[in-house]
Design a protein around this ligand. Sequence first.
Ligand code: NAI
Length: 499
Amino acid sequence: MTFDYKVADLSLAEAGRHQIRLAEHEMPGLMALRAEYADAQPLAGARIAGSLHMTVQTAVLIETLTSLGAEVRWASCNIFSTQDEAAAAVVVGHGSVEEPAGVPVFAWKNETLEDYWWTATQILTWPGQADGLGPNMILDDGGDATMLVHRGAEFEALGAVPAGPQEGDADYSHEYTVFLDTVRATFESEPQKWTTIAAGIKGVTEETTTGVHRLYQLAAQGNLLFPAINVNDSVTKSKFDNKYGIRHSLPDGLNRATDVLIGGKVAVVCGYGDVGKGAAEALRGQGARVIVTEIDPICALQAVMDGYQVAALESVLAQGDIFITTTGNKDVIMAEHMARMKHQAIVGNIGHFDNEIDLAGLSRLPGIERIEIKPQVHEWVIPANLDGSVDEHSIIMLSEGRLLNLGNATGHPSFVMSNSFANQTIAQIELYTKVGQQDAEGNQEYENEVYVLPKILDEKVARLHLDALGVELTELTKGQAEYLDVDVAGPYKSDQYRY
Ligand code: NAI
């Protein structure tokens, strides 16, 4: 079987397959769903365009989707996050390096931005289908695939791709310029490309906080073109992956990048949401003194109650040895902040996009020098007397400001991703089988809105992971269930409960 794909090196497939095999054992949720739906094949006919970090864990997700009947095309949602051996193994599948027979993957570690948007267009184009027929589902992480379809369709309706901010404008972004060029490239040859693709899509399931934020914005403007499931806000996703996943993969990234001893250092964590909580706990666990910055009084109060100092970034620039952004916001650590840091302070971001740290501003500081220590680790030498700095000093920037747990390490471990990806799989089945269907009252099951999975399914995902960890769950008696006004089989909490 021949098919199109682009990965770094297919000869890595065997190494990838070994890692995937070990990961499967650590992903009981996904393996249970494979067994449960093996006969029913609920994703038969689904054509899923996946845009999510192409790691070993994602390989297990992809092969779960195909084992439930889906056809899949995959790209990574970050230029640094692909594990090349995993990508190769997924392409080879049950075939061989000479005759790959797996899934078309378009992902490799260290893509350019031009590559990145090219890979996004590849997953949204379905060769072999009747003219113009693309995917009928999107599985997204951060919302770039969804954005490409939406903005593409929007520009087609306008009849033009806007010029966008130019170099020198305050809001100029190279990333956005490359994105606009990508849409422009197909504009004349395929004038209805994105509109047609959008019309064929039943729904999207979104993995992360930042992507979900974009979806709610689209829905509020009335511009969401298909129904969406917010996977991030399943409790078994954000309260696990974002927190315990980060607790594991942040120190992993720091260690692989720098191997600096974390114990005894002062670590500044910007943001104390789910990711910030995991980050702060991990750094404290390694013996660092952690200082948190927050804009939300509730999260600031949580941080201080958890025993962390809460301070403004400006007050602690000279104290911090390690600075980590976890906000999902933009412009958090600016060039003038970095100019005032200690010599060899480590600066990294673990939020979804690279706009939390002002790398563009840093690179514009007069006399600044950038030295590559190794891929995804750069020393920036800042001259003396610049923006409040006293002596010449350098800072160590991880993954060029992109999420360092995936750029410098391999992301979250399998067990936690089994929870996230079990939610993804259930959400894909839910939308694929129900969008366009009517409920008992004759209403559409799903409108063009953003939904979360029902709590009973969230509890199911958790349940699928208990045995592997030897958990003995206490069962409610009928009397207790009546007293609490819940069903013995769940759900056990109201939708307002915050865990
Ligand atoms: P969240 O919304 O729970 O937390 C973000 C926190 O940052 C909030 O408490 C907010 O008040 C605070 N914040 C916003 N602006 C700030 C500022 N200027 N200074 C200080 N604090 C500020 O979001 P969550 O779930 O913690 O996700 C954070 C980011 O991490 C998102 O971009 C998300 O997509 C990403 N993410 C990355 C993962 C990874 O593996 N690297 C895994 C999961 C999420």
